[in-house]
Design a protein around this ligand. Structure first.
Ligand code: NI
Length: 227
């Protein structure tokens, strides 16, 4: 399942972040890549050793923590501190699958990458190319979102970033270990949660069916979740 989450950052916040990023030191993106992905990765990155990058990553983290749609879709147990990448003309990232396990910088804690996320920071009209292309069981999806919007997709998916041919594409990216390891279980919980939220707009909060469905959601999460 691929979920687009609009407005994780307001457009003016996304722009402010992008302006600060542009003034920050960028390094070779290969430093966080695995063996295969390193050979097809051609981009620039702000890594975890950059204080400004960490401060900007914290802003993204705070935005995610207050985004109910993100919580509902990801059911995060642990979020890898966001990193930032940049593609100038001629840069791209060939087809790969993200590494299954990541060490969280500075803590040494390890995280299983259940979900990958890209938060777009450049307005789509400011660059050509740079689509995030994701292959899942339902086909191939080409994603290019407004600045401030995020796409969430299973880390097991093959994906690539098409070469940029004009302008600059800047984005934040991160991985999530979910409380619910099974993709099927996570997707069913997301469906159920959205249905319960929809019903909540028309039914009173103590309508018996709504109470039972809400209870069912939490009981399934108790059954399938791990802390
Ligand atoms: Ni990737």
């Amino acid at each position: 399942m691929l979920v687009c989450l609009p407005g994780i950052l307001a457009p003016d916040h996304a722009e402010a972040l992008r302006i600060r990023l542009q003034a920050t030191g960028w390094g070779d993106g290969k430093v966080t890549a695995g063996f295969q992905s390193g050979r097809v990765k051609h981009n620039l990155q702000i890594g975890p050793d950059c204080a400004e990058g960490r401060a900007l990553g914290d802003i993204v983290m705070q935005a995610l923590e207050s985004a109910p749609a993100f919580i509902s879709a990801a059911l995060p147990r642990q979020v890898f501190p966001p990193l930032f990448n940049r593609y100038d003309p001629g840069m791209g990232f060939g087809t790969h699958v993200d590494n299954a396990v990541r060490a969280v910088p500075h803590t040494g804690q390890r995280l299983r990458t259940d979900l990958s996320a890209t938060l777009f920071l450049s307005p789509p009209e400011s660059y050509d190319g740079g689509e995030l292309v994701i292959e899942d069981t339902y086909g191939t999806h080409s994603i290019k979102l407004p600045a401030g919007d995020m796409v969430l997709y299973p880390s097991r998916s093959l994906h690539r970033v098409e070469p940029v041919t004009r302008g600059t594409r800047i984005a934040a990216f991160l991985w999530i270990q979910s409380m619910v390891k099974s993709r099927d279980h996570r997707e069913m919980l997301y469906d159920l949660d959205r249905a319960v939220q929809d019903l909540g707009t028309t039914l009173s909060a103590n309508a018996p069916a709504l109470v039972r469905l809400t209870g069912l959601y939490h009981n399934l999460l108790r059954e399938w979740g791990e802390l």
